[in-house]
Ligand binder design. Structure first.
Ligand SMILES: NC(=O)c1ccc[n+]([C@@H]2O[C@H](COP(=O)([O-])OP(=O)(O)OC[C@H]3O[C@@H](n4cnc5c(N)ncnc54)[C@H](OP(=O)(O)O)[C@@H]3O)[C@@H](O)[C@H]2O)c1
Length: 252
């Protein structure tokens, strides 16, 4: 039987807490009686969040594109916040462009996107398993995208990282079950949301506060996958007619 999840009293490690969906999650978690450890890159934004939000009890400014960042976060959590029982891998970057346009800028952007969107959540999940598994119940929540199911042609690397995170999340869930760990491992298949990440995209977008609320409600229901707003329709279309789903998403 599916078990629900209660955020009240939890300490939640949240990456990408300073803007967009992460910032909305801070408020939604606070309303549930959770406290947040905020991680983002910009030191000033992290400090301001700690100062201004009663929900955020501590913060760490690290660049997740640095391969040592996840170990540093885990050490910080182990030393100062061993009560952490939820990890939300939310931070990500998205670059737009065509590998076919002759520019060599992709040399930097490919590894940056892979490091932030894929390597960091994978390593952070592995690093935090010992801390999380000490609790009677815990959760790892990985934010992917409808673009993990059907890619946009001008965000090829981003889509590949999200597809990779989707696959990892499924296998990690199986590993936790096999090891009899009480860790709920949930994938959030996010819809298009109105944040800085999607500033270049001008079509209608879902508000960040509603996306955050839907995300937490799905986890509270004990779901393994939470499909947010229009991602629900994508799921159905992709099942029935994958070609149609690819066509709809490739040039959004
Ligand atoms: N918005 C959408 O339509 C949409 C759709 C599908 C999936 N998603 C997913 O939802 C999640 C949140 O996206 P969002 O739209 O809220 O993004 P956002 O508004 O751009 O915010 C990104 C957050 O991640 C942090 N971050 C970025 N690069 C970092 C780095 N190298 N090291 C540490 N922190 C870093 C940022 O902090 P700094 O400012 O300090 O860099 C910021 O707090 C992502 O996983 C994204 O892929 C979003």
């Amino acid at each position: 039987m599916r078990q629900g999840f209660d955020f009240a009293g939890r300490t939640v490690l949240l990456t990408g807490a300073t803007r967009g969906i992460g910032r909305a999650l801070v408020d939604a978690l606070g309303q549930r009686g959770a406290t947040v450890l905020a991680v983002a890159r910009d030191q000033g934004s992290v400090a301001k969040l700690v100062e201004t939000s009663a929900t955020v009890v501590d913060g760490l400014a690290v660049d997740l594109s640095d391969r040592d960042a996840s170990a540093a976060i885990a050490d910080w959590v182990g030393a100062n916040h061993a009560d952490t029982s939820v990890l939300i891998n939310n931070a990500a970057v998205m670059s737009h462009g065509r590998l076919t346009d002759g520019s060599k800028e992709w040399r930097i952007s490919i590894s940056n996107e892979i490091d932030v969107n894929l390597i960091a959540p994978l390593v952070l999940s592995a690093e935090l398993l010992p801390t999380l598994s000490r609790h009677p119940s815990a959760a790892i929540i990985n934010v992917t995208s409808g673009l993990a199911i059907a890619p946009r042609r001008d965000a090829a690397v981003y889509c590949a990282t999200k597809a990779g995170l989707r696959s990892f999340t499924r296998a990690l869930r199986d590993q936790c079950r096999e090891a009899d760990l009480s860790i709920q491992v949930t994938e959030i298949v996010m819809t298009l949301v109105d944040t800085e990440l999607t500033a270049p995209i001008t079509i209608r977008k879902y508000p960040a506060d509603r996306a955050a609320e839907d995300l937490l409600r799905g986890v509270e229901r004990g779901l393994e996958e939470v499909w947010i707003e229009k991602a629900k329709a994508l799921r159905v279309v992709h099942r029935l007619a994958p070609g149609l789903a690819y066509h709809a998403m490739r040039a959004r």
